[in-house]
Design a protein around this ligand. Structure first.
Ligand code: ADP
Length: 292
């Protein structure tokens, strides 16, 4: 542990002494280190595609100046790398915007069924291109949570995109929206860290529903257990090469975690390697406080 030691001479009533103040700096140092790591990671993530783009510009101005075929190919690569940089910058901005928002929970009524439908529709073409079938199972009536619609769209979009990207081989992504009574376990403060292991949703089946659950499940390679607790760290990836190759910024789940936290929700991750992964977001229902 690190301590800051401040001393001051003390001279009162002709008695001599010293005042020693010990302040634990461990947390401050950890935060400072995280900031340094974050900037180093972000710079590295931007530098790599930028170096590629610069390299191809030089080639196009030099040896490949009159090669029409090479020009087309290089321009495509340069566009892809530029899009990667743009996505990263957009994600960095989203993250800082969400972090900078006031700490009170967003409270506009948002229909989670509608959110899930919108994302399912928007991502279906991309999923179909990847040979993945997206299915949505949701109640016919709305499931209203207090929240910010754009942020909740972002949560579901990130989770479904990941399921399509990393669930390769599974050929199927299942999205479900349900409501349930809160399990008996006590709520943990700021518990949007991914938690391995399941919850017993059926525990309090007879009580009135107080929580909405949106679940995104894929049937791909899954996530080895040792990685699960770190998934929502910025730039944390199970396989960095694969993530970058799929256009990932490494910030998607960090953004999801922040939004879920702001909504007083929880994020659970369950995965059996080889069988797939399930990401479950639990949010308080709009009328939960009046439900008794
Ligand atoms: P990325 O931009 O790399 O997708 P995320 O923060 O969204 O960043 O995800 C972090 C990492 O978590 C990914 O790089 C991937 O290794 C892993 N991951 C996320 N979703 C899944 C999933 N459905 N199946 C397997 N691995 C996943």
């Amino acid at each position: 542990r690190s301590f800051e030691i401040a001393t001051a001479p003390l001279e009162a009533d002709r008695r001599r002494g010293a005042l020693v103040v010990l302040r634990d700096l461990t947390d401050q140092l950890r935060v400072a280190q995280m900031r340094v790591d974050f900037i180093a990671n972000a710079s590295h993530e931007l530098r790599t595609p930028l170096a590629t783009v610069l390299g191809f510009i030089e080639t196009l101005q030099g040896p490949a100046r009159n090669d029409a075929v090479a020009r087309e190919r290089f321009l495509t690569i340069m566009r892809d790398q530029s899009l990667r940089m743009k996505r990263l910058i957009d994600d960095l901005l989203s993250l800082s915007r969400i972090e900078g928002r006031a700490h009170h929970a967003p409270s506009a009524p948002v229909d989670l069924v509608d959110v899930a439908r919108q994302i399912t529709g928007a991502l279906r073409p991309m999923a179909t291109d990847a040979g993945v079938d997206i299915r949505l199972a949701a109640p016919a009536e709305p499931v209203i949570v207090p929240g910010d619609r754009d942020e909740l769209l972002r949560v579901v979009e990130n989770l479904v995109e990941n399921a399509v990207k990393y669930g390769d081989g599974g050929k199927r992504v299942a999205i479900t929206v349900t409501t349930r009574a809160a399990p008996d376990e006590p709520r943990r403060e700021g518990a949007a860290k991914p938690e391995a292991g399941g919850e017993d949703a059926g525990q309090a089946a007879s009580a009135a529903p107080s929580e909405a659950v949106i679940e995104v499940r894929d049937f791909g390679a899954g996530i080895p257990a040792e990685h699960v607790p770190r998934l929502t760290e910025r730039f944390y990836r199970v396989d960095a090469q694969a993530s970058r190759g799929k256009g990932g910024s490494g910030l998607g789940l960090a953004i999801v975690k922040h939004i879920v936290n702001r909504h007083r929700g929880r994020l659970h991750v369950e995965s059996v390697p080889g069988e797939g992964a399930t990401f479950r977001v639990v949010l308080p229902l709009a009328d939960a406080s009046h439900a008794g």
